[in-house]
Design a protein around this ligand. Structure first.
Ligand code: ADP
Ligand code: MG
Length: 337
């Protein structure tokens, strides 16, 4: 069985300023002065990676996670519900009106949710929990949050200044999300050429000669995902008018097309689950009659492992800009092993 370091444990290259901002936020929240930060940047630039840095920095915090998903965007409060799952048991400690407001918002009671009441209730719930242990809320892919959740989360973010609560959002650049664009913002820009070379040296499994490496660094334009994926996505052909992220998508699509049908179905199922829970994936695969070991043997790209670990990391990836991208991004995780 091929073993590999989970991506969340790989060394983070560069990003000193960004890490400092995140560390400050966590440090100040730990001392009881909460706050928030929105990490904005293009696809693949390293926003989710920085969220994982925040989680690592927040030792001793209770971490609440949510992730926007295109297919849940029309479901009011679905992302807020995801964020609150680990602390739902604390609902009983809330005053009746707050408990009822959240129960209605989460579809646990009948009624029409009232955004302001929900905002007050989520504030009460999270600050109550933070009385036991500081809280870090990590919200990825915020560009796909349902509007009701983004409003409630922004409401919370603006009112935790006197509580040990830190909130970090990752948001695709050029996205406008209700409430979030007014919060403290940090632009996650391109990696320097020097950092890009270090990233290639530590993450790229293929030996590269200097000219190829320099060209790759130039083409990727400081986008870490591009650095890692362009070689497989036809990266050595001069780009046409397309952007780096769209070239990566094209490369993923091409690789997806080379997979077996059952492998594609497995990837579709994995990418449809925003929770990243293998306990859901395997029964779903069984119900669809997918023979996982067989489906996991594509016309093999390099480094593929048959181990059942691979799809667990597939679902962690959670990129879901479009169904095609969702599927293809999973391929990246599969083929990376
Ligand atoms: N600073 C970094 N050091 C090492 N690897 C990185 C860094 N930033 C991003 N990566 C890698 O690049 C890829 C894309 O990063 P990710 O955080 O998923 O981007 P985004 O969330 O902005 O789309 C991932 O494989 C990640 O591990
Ligand atoms: Mg991401």
């Amino acid at each position: 069985m091929v073993t590999s370091t989970p991506e969340t444990e790989l060394p983070l290259v560069g990003r000193h300023g960004e890490k400092r901002r995140v560390d400050e936020l966590i440090g100040v929240a730990r001392a009881g002065q909460g706050g928030s930060l929105v990490l904005g940047g293009e696809a693949g630039i390293g926003k989710s990676t920085l969220l994982e840095h925040a989680v690592r920095a927040a030792s001793g915090f209770r971490v609440l996670r949510a992730s926007g998903a295109e297919f849940e965007q029309e479901l009011p409060y679905s992302a807020l519900h995801q964020l609150c799952i680990p602390i739902l048991a604390h609902l009983t400690a809330l005053p009746d009106r707050h408990r009822d407001a959240l129960r209605i918002a989460f579809g646990l009671s009948d009624g029409e949710p009232h955004p302001f009441q929900v905002g007050l209730a989520i504030l009460e719930l999270v600050t109550t929990v933070s009385g036991e242990q500081p809280v870090l809320c990590v919200i990825d892919d915020a560009q796909w949050l349902d509007a009701a959740s983004s409003q409630a989360m922004a409401f919370l973010a603006r009112r935790v200044a006197a509580d040990p609560v830190a909130m970090v959002f990752a948001l695709r650049s050029q996205s406008t999300v209700e409430g979030l664009n007014e919060l403290p913002w940090l632009n996650v820009g391109r990696l320097s050429d020097q950092d890009a070379k270090v990233l290639l040296a530590v993450r790229n499994p293929f030996p590269l000669d200097d000219r190829v490496r320099d060209r790759l660094v130039a083409e990727a334009n400081g986008n870490p995902l591009a650095l890692l994926e362009l070689p497989r996505a036809g990266g050595f052909v001069l780009p046409a008018a397309s952007t780096v992220p769209s070239r990566i998508e094209d490369g993923f699509r091409a690789r997806l097309a080379g997979l077996r049908d059952d492998a594609r179905l497995l990837l579709t199922v994995a990418s449809a689950d925003p929770t990243g829970d293998p306990g859901l994936l395997w029964p779903a695969a069984d119900a669809l009659g997918i023979d996982v070991p067989v489906a996991s043997v594509p016309r093999p790209p390099q480094g593929w492992s048959n181990s059942r670990r691979a799809p667990a990391s597939v679902i962690r990836w959670r990129a879901r800009r479009s169904i095609a991208l969702r599927r293809t991004v999973c391929v990246v995780r599969l083929t990376a092993r």
